[in-house]
Design a binder for this molecule. Structure first.
Ligand code: ADP
Ligand code: MG
Length: 374
């Protein structure tokens, strides 16, 4: 490609009271691309964003905008000179200015050009008819849309958004997310959106950077982050997970669900076989006999339904497994709602499960953290 990224962050770190809350973070975002910085509360997302915005100073690392260094150990460009648009959860509009005044606030240039930019943006967020309204006359969602128009009005090279939707109620949120995404794409700005919600990240992001304890542990398109997590915690961040234990012998681990590949994992290492609830396959009990699974499904194991809950689009079924009394949860289409006490057979889809050496187990080796079982 050879194209210079719009934003390039390299080896950024920041410590408070001797503790690194942002630790060697590197990122790059192209114009027109939306990257989500996703991670649990307190992992360092906002601190990262604040350093890119220029309102906090890193202890080390470099930030470039269109190839030009705007922050390094030697110097730092002030926030107002970075061409960065900001949007936060408490995105307070100026209460004494009407909608047009708010959106025009950061605009320079000829009056007519400013007016047409304001009108155009407000139309695109469907707020054109509220152009003369004051913030207190608007609902939360409407204020949010005005705030987006205000942030985009000066055509920032980068939009930095910190949990911008978390103040909105659920049903409104998806609509505003989609509208925001459309507008950001049309404007072609580079976007870094901070969120702790995996659903939001998957809905919005071209790329997700998964953060934990100040570090980015995985980067990739949503599909890959979800379907090829780097470790058990990365898998668990996106959904409930089931974990089946095994011990490796000859690059294989033997379980009640059959054998699983564990390439490169030394003998004796304990592994976690991780599978999401929707990737367990379920079949009926035929007078005590199970189905004959295909090789891709391994061996079926029998469990007794403990509880089944109708969730609208799916049913959540809790099982007590007969082989060791362990609990597994399956998510199945909601046409299926078995009664407690029903015996059923479960299979693990090999192409959908992940095998990770257990943390703290002997011979923990980063190069063997993941293995494909396809
Ligand atoms: N100005 C500060 N002084 C001291 N500690 C801070 C400061 N800002 C953030 N922290 C700490 O840094 C860690 C990361 O915070 P933050 O970046 O806000 O996380 P996130 O946005 O992922 O929830 C937290 O433990 C937080 O308490
Ligand atoms: Mg935060």
């Amino acid at each position: 490609m050879g194209e210079v990224p719009r934003v390039e962050v390299d080896g950024l770190w920041r410590s408070f009271d001797g503790e690194r809350v942002v630790d060697d973070v590197s990122l790059s975002i192209s114009a027109g691309q939306l990257t989500c910085l996703l991670g649990p509360s307190g992992c360092g997302k906002s601190t990262t964003l604040r350093m890119i915005a220029g309102v906090d100073r890193p202890d080390g690392g470099t930030i470039r905008l269109d190839g030009e260094v705007i922050c390094d150990p030697v110097g730092s460009l002030p926030p107002e000179d970075r061409s960065v648009g900001l949007m936060f959860q408490d995105f307070a509009l100026f209460p004494h200015l009407d909608v047009a005044g708010n959106v025009a606030f950061g605009l320079n240039g000829a009056r007519s050009a400013r007016r047409s930019r304001v009108r155009d943006l407000l139309d695109r967020v469907e707020m054109g008819r509220h152009i003369d309204a004051y913030p207190h006359e608007l609902s939360g969602g409407e204020q949010q849309r005005v705030a987006l128009a205000r942030a985009l009005a000066p055509k920032p090279r980068v939009m930095l958004m910190d949990e911008p939707f978390s103040g909105l109620d659920n049903r409104l949120r998806d609509e505003i997310r989609d509208q925001t995404l459309d507008l950001l794409k049309e404007e072609g700005t580079a976007v870094l959106l901070v969120t702790h919600e995996p659903d939001e990240a998957m809905r919005m992001a071209d790329e997700i950077a998964l953060m934990r304890g100040g570090r980015i542990v995985q980067r990739g398109v949503p599909y890959n982050i979800y379907n090829a997590p780097v470790d058990r915690d990365a898998a668990a961040f996106f959904s409930d997970i089931n974990v089946i234990e095994g011990r490796v012998q000859g690059a294989l681990t033997e379980t009640a669900f059959g054998q699983f590949l564990a390439p490169g994992v030394p003998d004796g290492t304990m592994v976690d076989i991780v599978i999401r609830p929707q990737h367990l396959k379920i079949d009926f009990d035929r007078k005590g006999r199970g189905p004959l699974p295909t090789p891709a499904e391994g061996t079926a194991a029998r469990g007794i339904v403990q509880r089944a809950r109708f969730m609208g689009g799916e049913s959540l079924v809790d099982f007590r497994m007969e082989f060791d009394g362990s609990k597994l949860v399956a998510s199945v289409p909601s046409v299926f709602l078995p009664e407690a006490g029903t015996p059923l057979w479960l299979m693990i889809r090999r192409d959908r499960c992940f095998v990770f050496p257990r943390k703290g187990s002997e011979s923990d080796d980063a190069s063997t953290e993941r293995s494909a079982n396809s």
